[in-house]
Design a binder for this molecule. Structure first.
Ligand SMILES: C[S@@+](CC[C@H](N)C(=O)[O-])C[C@H]1O[C@@H](n2cnc3c(N)ncnc32)[C@H](O)[C@@H]1O
Length: 264
């Protein structure tokens, strides 16, 4: 585990992505330049064309991802934090009791909730898989540095089968997690599992890529099925929020997000 001394919520676009894209762009350009050392022939011309195409494609992708990363970052545009604040804005809760954050990642939303609701205890769970640069220790250190360590708990688990009894929590939130859960491809069952651990009448606010036809091909059907299980539910098209710059409203970043909120 890295020795963390500063608050670190990481960036949803990990640095290795723009670095990899930039490296591929630079290598393609270098090979393109070196190709002029070869004698001219049709295969060499084709090779040059492919290298230019790769450099342009990867270069554009690199510029997009590098700028998107800056806009998302807490030190830059701060959009990441604003998206999480908005998840809590749609949680109609008095802050008394215990909140669950499903797929808490770096603990950013769990900690925001603990700061917003000073009476609450906030639990963040995640499987902290290898695909993400997040860890339980990072969440705990962030909570300590933010002064909410006593009112937060972080534990490892699977969102598809939560390690909590029925009707345990007074509120639940989640951000950009459900589409990632490979252990349960049926999104209705996954959200039902999240609702299972909520007390009757408890509020929830779940954001995910609900506008993605790949991840949620039948959103109307999903909402209809969920509406039979809860006392209140509505869909919010969070893509339209003015704190999400147009530049980020692409399927690569925030262009497919949406939120469902209500009460069990
Ligand atoms: C895009 S990140 C979002 C993290 C955090 N909610 C945020 O908004 O910063 C997706 C998170 O889902 C978690 N995740 C994926 N599959 C999971 C599963 N089966 N159970 C628990 N967490 C899972 C990943 O470890 C990762 O932290």
């Amino acid at each position: 585990m890295k020795n963390q001394t500063n608050i670190d919520y990481a960036n949803w676009i990990p640095i290795k992505l723009p670095v990899t894209l930039g490296t591929i762009t630079a290598v393609s350009l270098l090979l393109f330049a070196l190709s002029f050392l070869l004698p001219g022939s049709v295969p060499v011309l084709i090779l040059r064309g492919l290298l230019v195409a790769a450099a342009v494609f990867m270069g554009v992708f690199f510029v997009y991802m590098a700028h998107a990363r800056k806009l998302l970052s807490y030190e830059g545009g701060g959009v990441q934090g604003k998206i999480l604040d908005n998840v809590l804005r749609y949680l109609d809760w008095d802050g008394n009791g215990t909140l669950l954050d499903i797929g808490c990642g770096s603990g950013a939303l769990t900690i925001k909730a603990a700061k917003k609701y000073p009476q609450a205890h906030c639990v963040g769970m995640d499987y902290w898989g290898a695909m993400w640069d997040y860890a339980q220790g990072q969440c705990e250190t962030n909570a300590r540095l933010e002064g909410v360590a006593e009112r937060t708990t972080f534990q490892k688990g699977d969102a598809a089968k939560l390690d909590f009894p029925d009707e345990h929590f007074d509120a639940a939130v989640s951000n950009f997690v459900f589409h990632e859960v490979a252990s349960q491809p049926d999104k209705l069952k996954l959200i039902q599992e999240a609702l299972r651990v909520l007390k009757p009448g408890a509020p929830f606010s779940f954001e995910d890529v609900f506008n993605s036809p790949r991840s949620y091909p039948d959103m109307d059907g999903l909402m209809e099925a969920l509406s039979k299980e809860v006392s209140e539910i509505r869909f919010v098209d969070t893509r339209q929020n003015d704190f999400v710059p147009k530049f980020l409203r692409t399927p690569l970043v925030a262009g497919e997000m949406g939120l469902i909120c209500g009460r069990k």
